[in-house]
Ligand binder design. Structure first.
Ligand code: ADP
Ligand code: MG
Length: 191
C-alpha cells in the first residue's frame, strides 16, 4: 500500500504527520514501513541522518528519492506484501511529475488549517487531484487547531472538502510535535 502526504500549501504538517503516522504504524500496529522523502527540502531525510548519530536503530527506513523515481519505487514496493510505503512530496500542482503519483497511490492524506490561504490552496490541490484521478481517496486532516480559537468557517470548509474525501477529527497545536523523530513519538496527553 502506498500512502501519499501532500498539499500544495507548505507548512501545514505534511512531513510531521507522515513521521507520526509511520511511527504509529511501526510501533503500535507492528507494520513494516518505509518513507520516501521526495520533497527537495528533504526535511524527514535530514532529520533522520542528524539523529542517527545520537540514537539507536530507527524504526524504519527513510530514503531520499526524486519524484521521477515513483514508477520504479512502485514496482519495487508492490513485491513486498504487507509493506506500507509513505511518500512525502512538496505537492506543487504545477509540477507534472506529480501526475503519475496522484494516479498511482492508494490514499492521499492532506493536512490543512482553517486559514484563508491554506483552505484556498487545499481546494485547488483537491480539484487537480480529482481531475487527474477521480478514484483518488483523499483524507483531510485539520492540523494545528487551537482550542481557544473559534473557527468561523469550519463548517463551510468541511462541506466543501467532503466533496473530495473524508475529514478527520482536528489535531491540536502541540509544541512536542515540533520535536518529532523517526525513533519515537511523544506520549499523548489529553486535557
Ligand atoms: N500539530 C502541530 N502542532 C505544533 N506544531 C506543528 C504541528 N504540525 C506541524 N507543526 C510544525 O509546523 C511546521 C511545519 O510542519 P511540516 O510538517 O514541516 O509542514 P510541511 O511538511 O507541510 O511543510 C514545523 O515546524 C512543525 O514542527
Ligand atoms: Mg515537508
Amino acid at each position: 500500500m502506498i500512502i501519499l502526504f501532500a498539499n500544495q500549501k507548505g507548512g501545514v504538517g505534511k512531513s510531521t504527520l507522515a513521521v507520526l503516522f509511520a511511527n504509529y504504524l511501526s510501533l503500535v500496529q507492528n507494520k513494516e514501513v518505509v518513507i520516501f522523502d521526495m520533497d527537495n527540502q528533504r526535511s524527514i531525510y535530514n532529520k533522520v541522518q542528524a539523529s542517527k548519530v545520537l540514537e539507536n536503530n530507527p524504526l524504519y527506513e527513510v530514503e531520499a528519492a526524486e519524484m521521477e523515481q515513483f514508477s520504479t519505487i512502485k514496482e519495487i514496493v508492490k513485491e513486498k506484501e504487507g509493506l506500507i510505503t509513505i511518500l512525502d512530496v512538496a505537492g506543487n500542482i504545477e509540477n507534472d511529475t506529480l501526475i503519475p503519483i496522484f494516479q498511482g497511490v492508494d490514499l492521499i492524506i492532506c493536512p490543512f488549517s482553517y486559514d484563508e490561504f491554506s483552505v484556498g490552496a487545499t481546494i485547488d490541490f483537491s480539484e487537480v487531484v480529482k481531475q487527474l484521478n477521480d478514484q483518488a481517496k483523499i483524507v483531510f486532516i485539520p492540523n494545528r487547531i487551537k482550542t481557544t480559537v473559534k473557527y468561523e468557517t469550519l463548517e463551510s470548509v468541511n462541506n466543501v472538502f467532503s466533496n473530495f474525501g473524508a475529514i478527520t477529527k482536528p489535531l491540536p497545536e502541540r509544541i512536542d510535535f515540533q520535536r518529532i523523530s523517526t525513533f519515537e513519538t511523544p506520549p499523548v496527553s489529553f486535557k
